[in-house]
Design a protein. Structure first.
Length: 428
């Protein structure tokens, strides 16, 4: 995997970064890298994520999966980091239609997901570190009820990934369900290459070892300079652009299979870096589709947007008949997509807007594993440069506690005032 930061230099874009500024920043990158290395070696909280590909017991994971009946579909019950990684893998590797993700408590969405799943043939993977996540427990209860109503024994079809204690582990032990443990010292959004994100991939027939090999490959490229490390190049340029006014970072993959990756990236970047008044707001786009919508803003709106284009070099293609495009002649869909991406990059450069290009050789399990770890390491570096902890999420935890207080009607663990109301009522 390569990262090209040239289109974000100040000779091209405003805001942009000079090569001299990058050279000065590289001294801080080296110090941050030393902290990352120390954290990895000590398996410190968060930094341990970079070694997950070496820590996963694939045989243990497969043994848990093998206790389930053979299945073509997975109902994944989790939220945030407990679901987005597995969904990204399935999307990228072509099995998203067989993964039904219950990551919200909208009754319409839950009903639609269950209606599209074959309850008699699916298996259920429930993921919650604490085992107390309100949305996950509620949706799992709905799934159990739906299976029971359909005459399906949910106990025979459920795998749980959770922490060392809590209601989910107690349920799994009581019902003799297969259990996997979430990795210690790794926040959920960094835990995709673990029993958090890999069981669904295994059930759906994807190459778990190749995913882990890709993660190992990315971790092996980490060095003390942004000029020799793709992850640090992305993290350093993102930091440098952020402090120069690029408060938005738009992830725009040119591959339908990476659309969910943009969602995964949005959580990683927002939850890890949005603290103490700093960070970047992640936006999600899809090439070529959003050239016809969001590109207008990126090219001509506020100069506050870093655009990240993801290119995939190889993969399946489809011929376009010679008479379909007057003046073009015979071509292929991949050729058109690449031309559209290059046009987007040229359009941004012509308008002086910063752009970064991430290049994958293909879209397979190895490349996806490499992409995950590259972005995780980039996020760790950016957090270090912004001097924020990229591994906690205090605002999220505050919201969880308040929601629980509202649901239970108990005394508020987090005192809060109800905001004022100014309701404008429309016609009935």
């Amino acid at each position: 995997m390569d990262v090209d930061i040239g289109p974000a230099l100040d000779e091209v874009a405003t805001p942009g970064v000079s090569q001299a500024a990058l050279a000065r920043l590289d001294e801080r990158v080296e110090r941050a890298h030393e902290r990352i290395v120390t954290g990895r070696n000590a398996a410190d909280h968060g930094y341990a994520a970079l070694d997950l590909p070496n820590m996963v017991d694939v045989e243990d994971l497969q043994a848990a999966v093998d206790r389930l009946p053979a299945a073509e579909e997975v109902i994944l019950v989790g939220i945030g980091g407990s679901a987005l990684g597995a969904a990204t893998i399935a999307d990228a590797l072509g099995s998203r239609d067989r993964l039904h993700v219950l990551d919200n408590v909208d009754p319409h969405g839950v009903r639609a997901s269950l209606a599209s799943a074959s309850l008699e043939d699916a298996v259920v993977h429930v993921v919650s570190r604490s085992g107390t996540t309100t949305e996950t427990l509620a949706n799992f209860g709905v799934v159990r009820a739906a299976m029971t109503e359909a005459g399906v024994d949910w106990r025979e079809r459920t795998l749980i990934t959770t922490g060392p204690d809590g209601p989910l582990r107690e349920l799994a032990e009581r019902e003799d369900l297969p259990i996997l443990s979430v990795p210690d010292h790794v926040p959920g959004r960094y835990a995709v290459l673990s029993p958090v994100g890999l069981p669904s991939a295994a059930v759906l027939g994807h190459d778990v070892e190749a995913l882990l090999d890709g993660g190992r490959a990315a971790a092996s490229t980490l060095s003390g300079s942004l000029f020799s490390c793709p992850a640090y190049a992305f993290g350093a340029i993102s930091y440098a652009l952020a402090v120069r006014g690029a408060t938005v970072t738009a992830m725009m993959p040119y591959a339908d299979g990476l659309e969910t990756f943009a969602e995964w990236f949005a959580q990683l970047w927002a939850e890890s870096l949005g603290k103490d008044g700093v960070g970047q707001i992640p936006a999600r786009a899809l090439g070529v589709t959003d050239q016809h919508s969001q590109l207008q803003l990126y090219r001509a709106g506020p100069r506050a947007i870093q655009v990240n284009l993801v290119a995939v070099a190889g993969g399946p293609d489809r011929d376009v008949p010679a008479d379909a495009l007057p003046g073009v002649g015979e071509t292929t869909l991949r050729t058109i997509m690449d031309a559209e991406r290059r046009a987007t990059e040229a359009s941004l450069a012509a308008a002086g807007r910063p752009c970064v290009r991430l290049e994958l050789p293909r879209l397979d399990a190895h490349a996806i594993g490499e992409l995950f770890v590259t972005m995780e390491a980039a996020c760790m570096l950016t957090g270090a440069l912004l001097t924020v902890d990229p591994f906690d999420q205090p605002a999220v935890e505050w919201g969880k506690r308040v929601a629980t207080d509202i649901l239970t009607g108990e005394d508020r663990s987090e005192p809060f005032d109800t905001p004022p109301t100014l309701r404008i009522t429309g016609p009935e």
